[in-house]
Ligand binder design. Structure first.
Ligand code: GDD
Ligand code: MG
Length: 364
């Protein structure tokens, strides 16, 4: 079986961290989100994956090359963004027409069974079967009305609240029969959600498959942090430390956490729960870090506390600093000693912050 992973979005809602890396390469539990997806595809028996790339395409080619987890990797590179449908149509030449194939929004972390989805598509003789998930707030998703037999009667992308009563949303995980290609025009931007699914629903050829368990779209910063939490709870569960991590005396670790290679933690620091420390992170003494993601190469000095925050690559955080919930510190930023960043502050890459920031603003 073949799969297409849609990997070309700009990750606008993840700025400033997505200015220097595509969102599928954001670390979740210290591995790029795409690693987790590819691993799951390989386990499900997929042999060939087409990465539909555009924004920062080279970053994918550089990291993954031609194979991963025993699967062959191919790249379908757009000259300009073709949107979700256009990207799928462009992958037609690599996917071919032999059998149904999987398509995944690459920014999703989910523990769905791809095999069940494929089976649903076969049993219903559908052109497309989409995975569906129940959420409370449907406004950011494609919302679906379903018959008892699982046939989609209506698909509305990001509806205003009065347009639908359903709580079932498009999880961004699909099985398509090759006939899907007949529904998408060539060489132009097409939204599969706005232009193709509503039409298939009217024709009665779109089916849905409801699943439960872990599902999250990392496309927004608060969800990215939540995805890291979920992954640590569900996949990691314990404290996972690389073999060369150095813990100086009396470090207190609260699972689940992951700490990558060559990281050092100073004495009496408290790490966890729900913390990911990337490669070569240096943590001083008496530091406390909870529910946060620290990208590789960052330095956190003595007696600093970080809670509910994301700190980019190679940042320098001074002594006695306090970083509160929903703060984002960009790559290479520098936070001086004794600074407090209150809830919701964003610090742009390479910016130096010398004074406390006590309202939720973007420091440029
Ligand atoms: N190759 C390529 N080219 N990929 C793209 C492009 C493009 O022009 N535009 C977006 N993508 C990729 C993104 O990288 C992402 O992996 C996926 O397509 C979906 O795009 P998003 O921008 O993340 O869409 P969304 O999250 O607002 O909405 C989509 O996902 C929801 C589930 O999280 C829709 O499919 C919704 O219907 C769905 O509910
Ligand atoms: Mg998304």
């Amino acid at each position: 079986m073949k799969a297409v992973v849609l990997a070309g979005g700009f990750g606008t809602r993840l700025r400033p961290l997505s200015c220097t890396r595509p969102k599928l390469l954001f670390p979740v539990g210290n591995k790029p989100l795409l690693d987790w997806t590819l691993k799951k595809l390989a386990k499900s028996g997929v042999e060939e994956v087409v990465l539909a790339v555009n924004y920062m395409a080279e970053a994918f080619i550089h990291r993954y090359g031609n194979s991963k987890y025993g699967m062959k990797l191919l790249y379908s590179k757009e000259d300009k963004p073709l949107r979700t449908g256009g990207a799928i149509k462009k992958a037609e030449e690599l996917i071919g027409h032999e059998e149904p194939f999987l398509v995944l929004n690459g920014d999703i972390l989910a523990n769905i069974s791809y095999k069940e989805l494929v089976e649903k598509n076969r049993v219903n003789n559908a052109i497309a079967t989409i995975a569906l998930y129940r959420v409370e707030d449907t406004s950011q998703y494609g919302v679906v009305e379903l018959t008892e037999k699982g046939c989609v009667t209506q698909f509305v992308e990001k509806p205003s609240s009065d347009k639908t009563t359903s709580d079932l949303v498009n999880a961004g995980i699909y099985v398509f029969d090759p006939k899907i290609f007949e529904y998408i025009p060539c060489n132009k931007p097409v939204s599969i959600e706005n232009e193709v699914f509503p039409k298939l629903a009217v024709e009665g050829k779109l089916y849905g498959h409801i699943f439960e368990g872990m599902w999250i779209d990392i496309g927004e910063l608060k969800n990215y942090l939540k995805a890291n939490q979920l992954l640590l709870d569900i996949e990691i569960k314990k404290s996972q430390l690389a073999s060369d991590v150095i813990l100086e005396g009396k470090v207190e670790i609260k699972a689940p956490i992951v700490i990558d290679r060559k990281t050092i933690i100073g004495e009496k620091s408290k790490i966890g729960p729900h913390v990911s420390l990337g490669e070569r992170v240096s943590v001083g003494k008496g530091v406390s870090i909870e529910n946060s993601v620290i990208f590789p190469g960052t330095m956190i000095s003595d007696f600093t506390s970080i809670r509910g925050a994301i700190i980019g690559e190679s940042a320098i955080i001074g002594r006695w600093v306090k970083i509160e919930d929903e703060c984002i510190v960009g790559d290479h930023a520098m936070i001086q000693d004794k600074v407090t960043l209150t809830r919701g502050v964003t610090v742009c890459p390479s910016k130096e912050v010398t004074e406390s920031v006590l309202s939720p603003i973007r420091v440029m």
